[in-house]
Design a protein around this ligand. Structure first.
Ligand SMILES: Nc1ncnc2c1ncn2[C@@H]1O[C@H](COP(=O)(O)OP(=O)(O)O)[C@@H](O)[C@H]1O
Ligand SMILES: [Mg+2]
Length: 396
């Protein structure tokens, strides 16, 4: 069912300040949806509107075709797992998991069977007699998930459930959550401000900013076709390079010019008429009208977005690349496992490029001469994005 959970025109404010602004989204049964956005953008508020724990002014929420607005939180079949785990400290793990079922007067045999089942699934069987205080962070998080699982809810809501765990455990739990989702075919809405978590977990990501969903699409689409520079910069590490550029048409073909960074104070080693010209892939040239409009409205000024992996040092470009070479002055070299990132300067603009970890590169010492710090980088313009320099929305 395509619209298992449907949110229409949801608006919520606190003290006349709009916190959620006309949220619309449809979620299919079995989807793993991640709400991603900076702190304070309204993610937790949206989850709590879905649970029914906080009221909102306008809009409707429906699950399985049934409007939830008049239904109390207790009667919505939704389970929520919080960052703080919210376990009962005086109850052991078994009791923490079974308590809700006891309240609902579930027969003991059924409770025992369900506890066994989820304990097995989440590998906490050996801890059933322990109190939460005697568990590690990861184990506590598993108990919180187990408690949600026994309810067999229509929808699981997770609010930053892994942010209290150390980095390694977080990666493990991410994989486990993914396995769990596959096994149970559960419908999950998962809140995080961590873009890696979003990319690795989600079927679709809703990127939020200032109480609005700015883009709702697959991780791949969001990474490769971000709707604006905010989304482009929020997703991907190291962060995407964004350079001011000017569109020009020369002999019938479009090109991009990059001019030196204008700095009044720092001395520039580049002459004012120094610039780089980059080719534009033919599929971009096909959008002649759009590009002409940019020239007319903004003197051709655009923002060129290009991810570090599309600027390579001593690495072969992909077969379909639209190549260009540039000279860059190395600032620092940042090894990071399989890849090494090179932070460098091109006409004064800082950019990050990627090299293989085996590339012979090191951060230049301050005694080295300028000349030896220059390297040649290969850019694949086929992977370039162009943004409107005023609205910062993606043009192409
Ligand atoms: N009970 C409340 N009263 C007033 N403002 C609130 C309340 N709860 C949240 N807010 C405000 O709403 C905004 C969104 O908060 P929240 O949904 O918690 O953001 P996120 O989970 O994305 O970090 C924040 O500016 C926050 O200060
Ligand atoms: Mg929050």
């Amino acid at each position: 069912m395509k619209d298992f959970l449907q949110i229409e025109n949801l608006t919520k404010s606190y003290n006349k300040e709009t916190i959620l602004n006309r949220i619309n989204c449809s979620i299919a049964k079995g989807e793993f949806i991640v709400l991603l956005g900076p702190s304070g953008c309204g993610k937790s508020t949206l989850l709590n509107c879905i649970t029914g724990l906080i009221p909102f002014e306008t809009g409707t929420i429906s699950i399985n075709g049934k409007e939830m607005n008049p239904i109390s939180p207790a009667n919505r079949n939704i389970a929520m797992v919080f960052q703080s785990y919210a376990l009962y400290p005086n109850m052991n793990v078994r009791k923490n998991i079974s308590f809700g079922m006891e309240i609902r007067k579930t027969p003991k045999a059924v409770i025992d069977q369900k506890v066994e089942q989820v304990a097995e699934l989440l590998k906490i069987r050996d801890h059933l007699q322990k109190k939460p205080a005697h568990l590690s962070g990861g184990q506590r998080q598993r108990v919180a998930i187990a408690r949600a699982l026994v309810r067999k809810p229509d929808i699981f809501l997770f609010d930053e459930p892994l942010s209290n765990l150390d980095a390694k455990l977080r990666v493990n739990m991410r994989t486990e959550l993914k396995k769990l989702h596959k096994k149970l075919a559960a419908t999950i809405i998962y809140v995080t401000h961590d873009q890696i978590e979003a990319l690795t977990l989600a079927n679709r990501i809703a990127v939020m900013l200032n109480g609005e969903i700015v883009q709702f699409d697959t991780p791949n689409e969001i990474y490769h076709h971000p709707i604006n520079t905010f989304v482009a910069k929020f997703i991907g590490t190291p962060v995407i390079n964004i350079l001011p550029a000017t569109l020009v048409r020369k002999d019938g073909t479009w090109k991009l010019k990059i001019y030196p960074l204008q700095k009044n104070t720092a001395k520039s080693s580049h002459a004012a008429d120094d610039f780089i010209t980059l080719p534009i892939p033919t599929y971009l040239s096909e959008h002649d009208k759009k590009l002409e409009q940019i020239v007319k409205e903004h003197d051709g000024k655009v923002l060129l977005g290009i991810r570090p992996e599309a600027i390579s040092y001593a690495t072969q470009l992909p077969n379909d690349a639209v190549p260009a070479t540039i000279s860059a002055e190395v600032d620092v070299v940042v090894p990071s496992g399989a890849d090494t990132f090179i932070v460098c300067r091109v006409l004064g603009h800082e950019i990050t490029a990627r090299a293989h970890s085996k590339a012979k590169l090191a951060t230049p010492s301050s005694t080295q001469t300028d000349k030896t710090n220059f390297i040649t980088l290969d850019i694949d313009l086929n992977q370039a994005l162009l943004f409107n320099s005023h609205t910062e929305n993606r043009i192409l």
